[in-house]
Structures are given as C-alpha cells and as structure tokens.
Design a protein around this ligand. Structure first.
Ligand SMILES: C[S@@+](CC[C@H](N)C(=O)[O-])C[C@H]1O[C@@H](n2cnc3c(N)ncnc32)[C@H](O)[C@@H]1O
Length: 250
C-alpha cells in the first residue's frame, strides 16, 4: 500500500513533452555529472526512475543504473529508450520494494520523495535506500525547500510558473505538511487542461533526521547540481548522506 498518486497512461504519455525544460542539457548535464562522480565504479539505483530522464544519460556515461518505479506506464515509456538488460526496473513502491545488489549510489531526484505523502513512508524510503547501499555508498536527494516563506498572511497559493502556456501554483496545508501542485496548460485550440499532483513537503532538517533514523551520516548539502552554496535563500537542495563503512541496517 502506498499513499502516492499513481501516474497513469495519459500522464506518462505527456511526461517528456511537458517536462522538456528538465531534459535540457543545461539542467540535466550537471545532475548527471554530479551523480556519475558519486557512483564512481559502482552501480546506481534510482528511486522513482520515471521515463529515464536521468537514468538514460547516466547509463550512457557508463554507470550501471537500476530503478524502482510505481507506475507501469512510466516504465513503458522508459522501455522505448533502453532495454530491461540495460536498465532493469522493479515496478513497486520506493518505500518498500527491493532489488538485488549493493549500490554505491541510490538517488531520488526532482522532488520525487514528496510523492510519498506520509512521514512514515518517507522514513521507510530512507531506510530502503540505506538497505540497498554498499558500505560507504551515498544516498542523494534533490528536493525543493517548501515555498512557505513566500506566503503573506491570507494568501492560499504560491505560483511557480506563470507563462502564456502554463500557469502553475502550489497550495499547502501547514498542519499536515500536505501540498498540491496545480497546473493549467494551454492546448492548441486555446482552451486549458487542468492537472494536479499531491505531495508531502519536507524541510532539510527533517530529511537529516530521517537519514539518521536510517543509519546514514550527513555528508553534504548544496543548493543545486553545480554545487552552489546552500543558504537561507535557497529554493532547493541536493543533499548527500553516506552509509558508514561499518553499518547495521535499521
Ligand atoms: C517527477 S517524476 C520523476 C521521474 C524521474 N525521476 C525524472 O527525474 O524525470 C515522479 C515519479 O515518481 C513516481 N512515483 C510516485 N510515487 C512513487 C512511489 N511511491 N514509488 C516509486 N515511484 C513513485 C511517479 O510514478 C513518477 O514516475
């Protein structure tokens, strides 16, 4: 059982097109560089691998990448790019699904850990990462910092995209740490299509505590894949925790 929304066929079919800016080399290359450096000579495991936006170029760099992904339609799209021999994927929940192997790197990017909408599942996701790591291996997450400081009193939503093609904004429930991203995308005939996704937001400090509960040690937090300093103004972070050389799984 998972609290995550299931990404359906329609969403999977449109994913690469509507995410085109996240496939752009200036966005993707620094992420692939960062992850390839941490993987070193070892294999990597991507939680919520999706259509392989990161896994495919990382594989092309010589890293052996496996994946765990909840949505079969997303995996079907990945399969149009790489075979199951090249990038094996288990269809299941990243909080609980296991795959064979001991990895030098486990990673979950583009805010995807937020798809797990309870604290318990997010803790179990960190534990599942630790379970798959070889001693000394790293767990990396790329996650936004909740945009809550942009809320003046009485405002209900925070815009993150305002163009003539796409209007997107987030709404938050501060008590339950639940949020929803709302998207209005313009269609060819001038009408708009509405879509939404639900998430649980997490602060960096809560991530660090989840990592400790999973027996991982904090190693690094930067603001982006280029390694910019993480400051109180940063809107996202790339965080790295390490499994100790002498570790006992929690
Ligand atoms: C924003 S997409 C990211 C996909 C890919 N990592 C990328 O960067 O393009 C989020 C992905 O998380 C997957 N997902 C959501 N909940 C999940 C869960 N509980 N376990 C595994 N995957 C999940 C979705 O199906 C979707 O493919």
């Amino acid at each position: 059982m998972t609290s995550s929304d299931l990404w359906d066929e329609d969403t999977a079919a449109r994913y690469d097109d509507v995410s085109a800016e996240m496939f752009a080399p200036d966005v993707l290359d620094p992420a692939v560089d960062f992850l390839a450096r941490l993987a070193g000579d070892g294999p990597a495991l991507e939680f919520a691998i999706g259509t392989g936006r990161v896994a495919v170029p990382l594989t092309a760099r010589g890293v052996r990448v496996s994946g765990i992904e909840l949505s079969q339609p997303m995996v079907d799209r990945l399969r149009r790019k790489v075979s199951a021999d090249e990038v094996p994927v288990a269809v299941g929940d990243m909080a609980s699904t296991t795959v064979p192997g001991a990895f030098s790197l486990v990673y979950v990017v583009w805010n995807s850990i937020g798809n797990l909408r309870t604290q318990d599942e997010q803790v179990r996701c960190f534990q599942n990462a630790a379970r798959h790591l070889a001693p000394g291996g790293r767990f990396v997450i790329e996650l936004w910092v909740p945009g809550i400081r942009r809320f003046p009193p009485g405002q209900a939503g925070v815009p993150f995209a305002v163009t003539d093609q796409h209007v997107g904004f987030d709404t938050f429930d501060m008590v339950t740490q639940q949020g929803t991203s709302h998207h209005y995308r313009r269609l060819g005939d001038g009408s708009a299509r509405y879509g939404f996704s639900n998430f649980r937001y997490i602060w960096p400090a809560e991530c660090d505590l989840m990592a400790r509960l999973a027996g991982l040690e904090f190693e690094q937090r930067v603001a982006d894949w280029h390694g910019a300093a993480f400051t109180s103004d940063s809107e996202s972070h790339v965080s790295v925790w390490r499994k100790p050389m002498e570790a006992t799984d929690s």
